[in-house]
Write a protein that binds this ligand. Structure first.
Ligand SMILES: Nc1nc2c(ncn2[C@@H]2O[C@H](COP(=O)(O)OP(=O)(O)OP(=O)(O)O)[C@@H](O)[C@H]2O)c(=O)[nH]1
Ligand SMILES: [Zn+2]
Length: 379
């Protein structure tokens, strides 16, 4: 099923903003609101995959069920999905999801479709900016393949000079952070503009000011959310309750429960691509071996004098350890084979191709199981 199939007159499009039991809360597109208020049967802009700007007269929010046909074909509906709604009951606020449009991206944890970017929030002080922790979060964010936006909050606590030092250092990592202060209202508008008409997931350690930033960004949404669920309740969300909050300027924002040390569980040979400064090196030169892990291999284009190389080595160990563990859980025999095969090549020898295939298979399977579990629980 392709997007073109929906380019017909009269389809009602919306975005799933929350899943509750076997109901889906669907924020209808702006055009739907306008069309409804005009009472006209006009052609809708069906090319628009992104959420639209709410105006004073916000488009309706419908509580929808999923058509039996979707259940039969095993089509799951995720938060973030663009959907076609049929049989709207505007007065009762109800509808039925008839189709799910093709997804542009699919995040695993939190399970959200069509996310455009990750907004990583850290503080420059209180809690102090810890490079290793920041690096870990950045790697995790980069591993989603989505755009990564870095906001450094509490800039009111440091001097211009200190800010410049942090800025220079992070530029060496390949990032241009936005320095903000929610407390003093510095650059929060600018940060907000990056979220326009996009689906953004916000992440970062505890105490850096995520709640404060969210509250600043979504004053109006907070009120509306208040009517539905009682309160914004950030931090209490589990992966089982994911919600997208509408930004006044358009766009949707999802909050993730705080976690302090995200696991490095990526495929070892892909890890290097999550470092922008290493990506830059690999764009202009190649390692001698295509399966180079950039440790002690000869003629490596990556190894060298860059600040986060130490982080890379440490995360690589973590990624390999994670994969070995996965391997053992899934298939103890093949791990044995792998081990004996590696003998004689040196104890740190590692077989990337075999492992990564295996990993991908397991990963997709667990992903599916997670989802199935989620829906079983909810139905
Ligand atoms: N100095 C200063 N303090 C801030 C700023 N923004 C937030 N804070 C304070 O930092 C503390 C933590 O803010 P929160 O918004 O709760 O942080 P959080 O990231 O949501 O924390 P968790 O809910 O634990 O994930 C609060 O006491 C805020 O008042 C800022 O720009 N400057
Ligand atoms: Zn290399």
């Amino acid at each position: 099923m392709t997007g073109e199939n929906f380019a017909v007159t009269g389809q009602l499009l919306g975005t799933v903003v929350a899943v509750q039991a076997n109901f889906y809360r669907v924020q209808m597109d702006q055009e739907v609101g306008e069309q409804r208020s005009r009472g006209a049967e006009e052609k809708l802009d069906l090319n628009a995959f992104l959420p639209h700007c709410p105006t004073a007269a916000s488009p309706p929010l419908l509580l929808c069920t999923r058509r039996t046909r979707l259940k039969k074909i095993g089509q799951q509906v995720m938060v973030g999905d663009r959907v076609v709604v049929e049989e709207p009951d505007w007065a009762g606020g109800r509808g039925a999801i008839a189709y799910v449009l093709p997804r542009q991206s699919e995040l695993d944890r939190p399970a959200i479709a069509n996310v455009n970017q990750i907004l990583l929030v850290f503080a420059v002080a209180d809690p102090p900016l810890e490079p290793y922790q920041l690096s870990r979060f950045l790697i995790k964010a980069e591993s989603t393949g989505l755009d990564v936006l870095l906001c450094l909050n509490k800039s009111d606590l440091i001097s211009q000079q200190e800010q410049q030092q942090v800025s220079d250092r992070l530029l060496g990592w390949g990032y241009e952070p936005i320095f903000i202060s929610v407390k003093d209202g510095i650059n929060t508008d600018q940060a907000g503009r990056y979220l326009n008409n996009k689906i953004t997931v916000i992440a970062g350690p505890s105490g850096v000011g995520k709640s404060s930033l969210i509250n600043t960004l979504i004053e109006s949404a907070k009120l509306r959310v208040g009517e539905v669920s009682g309160k914004l309740a950030r931090g209490r969300h589990t992966t089982r309750h994911i919600e997208l909050f509408e930004l006044p300027s358009g766009g949707l924002l999802a909050d993730t429960p705080g976690f302090n040390q995200p696991d490095i569980d990526c495929i070892p040979e892909e890890l290097i691509h999550y470092f922008p400064e290493a990506r830059k090196r690999l764009a202009v030169a190649s390692c001698r071996f295509s399966d180079c892990l950039h440790r002690d291999e000869p003629e490596c284009a990556v190894r060298g004098d860059w600040e986060r190389y130490e982080h890379y080595l440490e995360f690589l160990d973590a990624a390999i350890a994670h994969q070995t563990q996965l391997h053992q859980q899934a298939d103890p025999e093949s791990t044995m084979k792998l081990k004996s095969k590696s003998k004689g090549k040196g104890q740190s020898q590692y077989e990337p191709k075999l492992e990564s295939k295996k990993y991908r298979r397991i990963s997709r399977k667990t992903q599916l199981q997670d989802l199935q579990e989620l829906y079983r629980d909810e139905e």
